[in-house]
Design a protein around this ligand. Structure first.
Ligand code: NIG
Ligand code: FE
Length: 419
């Protein structure tokens, strides 16, 4: 039995409260304990409370962690990432800066398909090493769980290779992973013009293998008229549902009310992006209890100004989630603090709303709210000590990652260099 106690937290941001995903004014309630402390036993939280109270309950052999008067938050849950790929697209980024659009680059064989070519050629070891490098970036921002999508293999072997890499990364124990199968991310080169044949491959060969090897908890589809249109996306998602997978959808990134209505029809866990959605889509998502996952870093990196209407969604009562969308094309950042900055300046979400969106709401969206997303007795001790005096600094200082130390299951997995 290992007991640790984290003392001297200027703000212990617990997010304690109702077990449901939060919306409206409840997103601003962080349940902060001033001069707080946390007691942890065998990787789980035993108590969170004022320092004096916790200190009195400690046994003599408790290991003390001094938070140094900094703030302590639940580890962030990044509910939308694509972290396993080879190479990067810095050269394509330069073309975009010079005037080419994301859609033009994709149509000329670049974009996702360029990363697919490199990822297919890469060995499992190369992918694993790259994935470990990116883990460090997630941790530096205070993230402890990521939803991780495949989608750069687009063949049976390619997709399985990525999902097995995600499993190996998870076995490393530094970050928690929620694996998602995204075989319908693009149409690979050899299936151009034969989309229905590719959908057949996804539903008859890829999905059964993924389910048999238990390699994913969710299935996602890039639902756009120019990629997988609604009928094809529905076929993939229904097959996944029948195999017991949860559903997520890349929805309305470029086309109004496209994937979002399908996500609502199928009662998906989430509809992600929503830059082009209208009020009709928001109403459908709310009626079907589908959580919106907003990805402002991809809007920013694509040089667009069309951010999703976070304020309207929160006012309507939708339990908004924020995520990085970490990927080599549209969002090469693993930094949740950067996302908070964008959410504040571009979508008018307050720092408190952003923190709720990236903790308890995100935990709900990946089916883990009983285990993570708040610092409450019984939950896993996944938390970060941030180099801030106040939680608002997370969104205020931008362009830096603030975690000093990160703990997963009560074990320190990250420490800022030099500290
Ligand atoms: O969420 N839109 C589709 N998928 C990713 C981009 C992936 C890529 O460009 O490599 C996204 O933005
Ligand atoms: Fe994405």
């Amino acid at each position: 039995m290992t007991d640790i106690a984290i003392l001297n937290c200027r703000q212990l941001v617990t997010l304690a409260g109702a077990p449901d995903a939060r919306s409206g004014p409840a997103m601003r309630e962080l349940a902060i304990i001033a001069d707080g402390a946390l007691q942890v036993r065998d990787g789980r939280i035993v108590a969170a409370g004022p320092r004096g109270e916790i200190e009195r309950a400690l046994s003599a052999d408790t290991e003390i962690v001094d938070a140094g008067g900094r703030i302590v938050l639940p580890g962030f849950i990044d509910a939308h990432t694509h972290p396993v790929f080879a190479g990067n697209r810095a050269a394509e980024f330069e073309r975009r800066v010079d005037g080419a659009t994301y859609a033009e680059i994709a149509a000329s064989g670049g974009g996702i398909r360029a990363t697919v070519r490199l990822t297919r050629e890469a060995s499992a070891d190369t992918l694993l090493a790259a994935g470990r490098r990116y883990e460090e970036w997630f941790l530096a921002g205070g993230t402890t769980t990521i939803e991780a999508k495949s989608g750069y293999g687009l063949s049976v072997d390619g997709e399985i290779k990525i999902l097995r890499t995600i499993r190996q990364l998870a076995d490393g124990g530094r970050l928690r992973y929620v694996p998602t199968f995204l075989g319908a991310h693009e149409i690979p080169d050899e299936y151009r013009g034969r989309i229905d044949d590719y959908v057949d491959l996804v539903i008859h060969e890829m999905l059964p293998r993924v389910a048999e090897e238990n390699l994913a908890e969710y299935c996602d589809v890039f639902c756009e008229p120019s990629v997988f249109h609604v009928k094809q996306a529905r076929t993939v998602l229904r097959t996944a549902q029948a195999l017991g997978l949860g559903l997520r959808v890349h929805a309305d990134q470029f086309s109004a009310d496209y994937g979002s209505l399908l996500a609502s029809e199928l009662h998906a866990a989430t509809a992600d992006h929503l830059e082009s959605s209208t009020p009709a889509a928001w109403a459908a998502l709310q009626a079907a209890r589908v959580q919106p996952v907003l990805l402002p870093a991809s809007v920013y990196h694509l040089g667009s100004t069309r951010y999703p209407a976070a304020r309207r969604m929160i006012e309507l009562g939708l339990p908004v989630v924020l995520a990085t969308d970490f990927n080599p094309g549209s969002s090469p950042t693993a930094s949740m603090p950067m996302v908070f900055s964008l959410a504040a300046t571009q979508m008018k979400m307050t720092p408190a709303e952003s923190i709720t969106a990236a903790t308890i709401n995100a935990a709900h969206s990946v089916g883990r709210a009983h285990e993570i997303g708040s610092l409450e007795p019984g939950k896993l001790a996944d938390f970060a000590i941030h180099d801030c005096d106040d939680y608002r600094e997370l969104a205020y200082f931008f362009g830096r990652d603030s975690a000093l130390a990160v703990y997963v299951g009560g074990r320190r997995v990250y420490r800022r260099a030099g500290d």
